[in-house]
Design a protein around this ligand. Structure first.
Ligand code: GLC
Ligand code: GLC
Length: 641
């Protein structure tokens, strides 16, 4: 097949029959222009994924209609935003960028009260706000909202669509980008598609993976891992209404969508454009690694998963180009990188950095961190990492076992050590975490806990020991300083800005007790906020130190769009890197041990200056000194004076 010729023919055929009466004259022009430039890519992807189906062209035509409708429904303000973003596509690389993630109810009760809290976000310098899923979802356990029953309906407890739109507008006025979840690997079993499937509707049964017996599920099962082994073994759930086995990678009530069916791609595109038109500027692609299933494989990170995401990206470029994708791939570091591309996901969580910061705090050593970042930190200059120290999920010990091996570290043993350390079972550990998802068949587990509890603050406060408190505060400062300066959008988790400790009350709640991630999904109470204002409180110290980092980050332009080089040093407790932009160089030196460390002064040569300025302590250093002494857990942010 001559792809170019067929593509032109397909577009001509579609344009001949498509009804664009919902668009006015200028919109028709813009739409056609964007479609013309994106269609070849979309066509190639669509043919690649669905070309062997007799009805492929029908769905392609339906898709273009859906894109036109989606664009037509976009507000004037959002169309202006589209133009603005197209003329400044790398907006997310600015040194001003600072993210926060929160559950609407835990942060502010509901959407209306959240709007009233914008001044608090402003005072912190937040420019990117990720609201955890706020859509209609089942009563009781809904996996924190990640089981969506209706993408177009806001969860009643949080407010209405009108409230959400008003909030999006208010945030935009304050230059805060709203980030919403695009939960597209699965729906809840109460979504109308699932309901229809339960009642025997063949068309909607094809929206999911449903099987009459165990024959095929058992074949798939041989190669699949289990994500939540503590709630259910295997990846399939029996549905009594439909009398079928349903593919459920996560909880029983989260039904995986069948993207081998183009009707699903189109239907989900329609939902995606609806979300885009609410006014969000980034969509977090939830569980994106799982969207394509291929017999005989792990059904994660499949080639077609990438093609599907690229196709969704293409659709956004046509109908809502102000919106970017953020990848949530919590998988092997090499696989994480494959989702990051301006034509796939412009943004991505950085789980490797996250996990290895904790590793370095536990071991006080930085070799694995340095070697891993040297291999995996660099991404397309058009994309950006989203760097975080923890999120609403558990921490899994991701790293490349080959790199670990080269350093004499056995991956499995080391993961067991980290689990022991962060659940506080390892003698001398400072951490108070909770084990999550223990798998009885292979002993795997992951870790939950708030930033403050995992860095030792909870234990130190219990012991009432000032020295331990000081150490915990320094660890917090250290890992926050890295995510603020290494390159990318730093993403804070709500409550960590004032060092909230684990909240164990979920253990008394029916719908939460079996999911230990609730230990670190903590409500931000007025009381806690008041405490953080009190100058003698520990929370106040956490907050002040963080605010100093935030202030400095915004002043140092080189912390925005610049290249990162990870620098190996001779000291195994030190993690160092430079950032270079056209006209400035920045050097960060971080001490991951609670003891003073000395490094060779030659490192200052990287700054090409006679005198250097350390910004956190406002101290100057001569570039020709023999050595530099770092205090316990000290962070140095240096530039030429
Ligand atoms: C994502 C979410 C997680 C959820 C899962 C299933 O990984 O971050 O909280 O349980 O997807 O939607
Ligand atoms: C696994 C999945 C990730 C999910 C997490 C939830 O790590 O890869 O997508 O967020 O489990 O615990």
């Amino acid at each position: 097949m001559n792809l170019e010729f067929e593509c032109e023919r397909a577009l001509n055929r579609i344009m001949n029959v498509i009804d664009l009466s919902m668009l006015n004259k200028t919109d028709t022009q813009t739409f056609k222009q964007r479609l013309n430039s994106q269609f070849p890519r979309l066509f190639a992807l669509f043919i690649d994924i669905y070309g062997d189906r007799y009805d492929c062209h029908f769905y392609l035509q339906e898709l273009v209609t859906c894109l036109a409708k989606g664009y037509g429904q976009r507000s004037g303000a959002l169309k202006t935003k589209d133009k603005k973003r197209l003329s400044d596509p790398l907006w997310y690389k600015n040194e001003n960028m600072l993210g926060m993630a929160c559950y609407v109810d835990l942060f502010a009760n509901d959407l209306v009260e959240l709007k009233a809290k914008i001044p608090y976000l402003k005072s912190l310098g937040i420019t990117y706000l990720h609201l955890m899923p706020l859509y209609d979802s089942p009563q009781g356990d809904s996996d924190g909202g990640y089981a969506v029953s209706d993408y177009r309906k806001v969860n009643e407890k949080l407010g209405t669509t009108k409230d959400l739109k008003a909030l999006a507008k208010a945030l935009a006025n304050e230059n805060i980008s709203l980030v919403l979840d695009f939960v597209f690997n699965h729906t809840s079993d109460e979504h109308q598609w699932a309901e229809a499937a339960k009642h025997g509707n063949r068309e909607f049964q094809d929206y999911y993976y449903m099987f009459d017996d165990r024959e095929i599920p058992d074949q798939y099962e041989q190669h699949l891992r289990e994500i939540f082994p503590q709630v259910r073994r295997g990846n399939f759930t029996w549905n009594e209404d439909a009398k079928k086995w349903v593919w459920t990678t996560f909880n029983n009530f989260q039904w995986d969508l069948n993207y081998a069916n183009p009707a699903v791609f189109n239907a989900i595109t329609d939902e995606m454009l609806y979300l885009a038109n609410l006014g969000c500027e980034a969509l977090r692609l939830d569980a994106l690694a799982f969207i394509w299933k291929e017999m005989g494989t792990s059904c994660e990170n499949q080639d077609k998963a990438h093609k599907l995401i690229q196709a969704f990206n293409c659709c956004l470029q046509i109908s809502a180009p102000a919106v970017v994708f953020k990848s949530e791939a919590i998988v092997h570091p090499d696989e994480v990188l494959k989702y990051i591309d301006p034509k796939e996901c412009q943004l991505s969580y950085n789980p490797l950095l996250m996990a290895l910061l904790w590793n370095s705090l536990a071991t006080r050593k930085t070799r694995l961190l340095t070697a891993s970042m040297q291999k995996s930190f660099e991404i397309s200059p058009k994309c950006s990492w989203v760097n975080y120290v923890r999120c609403h999920d558990d921490i899994g010990w991701t790293f490349d076992d080959d790199i670990a091996n080269q350093l004499g570290i056995n991956g499995n043993d080391h993961r067991q050590f980290l689990n022991q350390f962060y659940t506080g079972r390892f003698p001398g550990s400072f951490a108070k975490g909770v084990a999550f998802g223990e798998n009885p068949s292979n002993g795997d587990c992951r870790v939950c806990g708030s930033m403050a509890s995992l860095t030792g603050l909870e234990q130190a406060i219990e012991f009432g020991d000032q020295h331990l408190i000081e150490n915990a505060l320094s660890r917090i400062q250290l890992i926050n300083a890295v995510i603020m300066s290494i390159g990318g959008i730093p993403l804070l988790y709500s409550g960590d800005e004032i060092g909230l400790l684990n909240d164990y009350s979920y253990r008394q709640q029916q719908d939460k007790m079996h999911d230990d991630r609730w230990v670190h999904r903590i409500a931000l109470s007025e009381h806690a906020l008041d405490d953080a204002k009190c100058t003698t409180s520990v929370a106040n110290k956490v907050s002040n130190r963080l605010r100093q980092l935030i202030e400095l980050r915004k002043q140092l332009v080189v912390l925005g769009d610049a290249n990162t080089h990870i620098q190996a040093t001779e000291n195994q407790h030190i993690f160092a890197y430079t950032r270079k932009s056209q006209d400035a160089t920045f050097l960060a030196i971080n001490n991951f041990s609670e003891h003073e460390q000395i490094i060779n002064g030659k490192i200052l040569g990287l700054l090409n200056a006679d005198v250097c300025m350390e910004h956190l302590t406002a101290t100057t250093y001569c570039a020709d000194q023999n050595h530099i002494v770092l205090a316990p857990y000290q962070v140095m942010w240096l530039t030429a004076e």
